[in-house]
Design a protein around this ligand. Sequence first.
Ligand SMILES: Cc1cc2nc3c(=O)[nH]c(=O)nc-3n(C[C@H](O)[C@H](O)[C@H](O)COP(=O)(O)O)c2cc1C
Length: 361
Amino acid sequence: MDSPLRSFEARELRQVLGSFVTGVTVITTVDQEGRGQGLTANSFSSVSLDPPLILWSQARTAPSHAVFDRCERFAVNILADDQVDVSNRFSRGAPDKFAGLDLTPGLGGVPLIPGCAAHLECRKVQAYPGGDHVVFIGEVERIERHSRQPLVFGGGRYLVAQPHDLGPVGTESSGNIARLKAVRMATRRLAELSVELDETLGLGVWGNKGPTIVRWEASTRPVSDNLRTGLVLPVLTSATGLAFAAWLPREAMAPFIDAELLQDASGNFYPDKLRLPQQLQQIRRDGYVRLVGTDDFADLYGGSISAASVPVFDSGGAMVLALTAIGARERLDTSPDGPLIAGLRSCAAGITRYLATAAPT
Ligand SMILES: Cc1cc2nc3c(=O)[nH]c(=O)nc-3n(C[C@H](O)[C@H](O)[C@H](O)COP(=O)(O)O)c2cc1C
């Protein structure tokens, strides 16, 4: 029955709940004929350490509900970050979800899925009604942990877990502290800006392998499903890379630029190396990088893209971060007076100002 106070719709509730980020599990059991059953579930949660209890909840309408309602045991398979295919497989009603998996029989013959970050084998001790779901409580009988990173789910999509910081603040150089502050601040601002502009935005830092994307915010029309964090970009042919090339000290950039120019000698790319100094000067004058239509990332993003990148500086004037937008060539407006560049510039200027004035950590 609808509460008279309820002012939201199911879709909104789902979105709000999606801002609580979780891991992803597959809960497995066996039916009375000894056949494996399993479903993807992110409702898993810890309950108690002593006694060791966990919970998860299942929709009453799930085809496998009758089996879980009757089962004595189940196992929680905590998926690793390379098991999106396993999560997809177990979230669809398929005839044999276990086909081709190298399963291990756990306690009571409950199948354990290989390649997971961890397993918890449980005896079902309680089942509570919870609206259109049933909450199952399991007492943990056996556990196993593997050295794999867990898969993450939030905002309706799969994510990977990244350490929050780039390193321990206390022992870092002041340059890295500025970078940490910039990343924290920019992560928040980038999410807001991406919603405001409805564009796909990335945060680039200078990593030890070159320009590295540490954060993506996808628009409602993402360029690709393949927005990987940790992506190392070329210096001379990506907007993020060119921003660092234009504003980082020339000595720091030289080995990276030379390596890419060498690739050119082997017949690979860089279009016009003689023009590079002028091009970098022009970028500094414009205050941002504008890349209109490149096919260099077609493997990653499946087509021709445009991109723009704006620098963020620390209190000493060193570039610490690139705010980058990417979009399909035909629709990303990278013109200097368009809303995208204005938004990126104002966001970058805000973070630069914050870094200039924030008290030292
Ligand atoms: C990331 C993710 C999390 C899910 N979490 C749950 C959950 O906690 N409980 C649930 O009943 N269904 C959940 N589902 C949906 C079930 O996996 C899906 O309905 C599945 O087909 C049910 O299995 P069955 O058809 O074999 O019963 C989730 C799906 C996804 C993709």
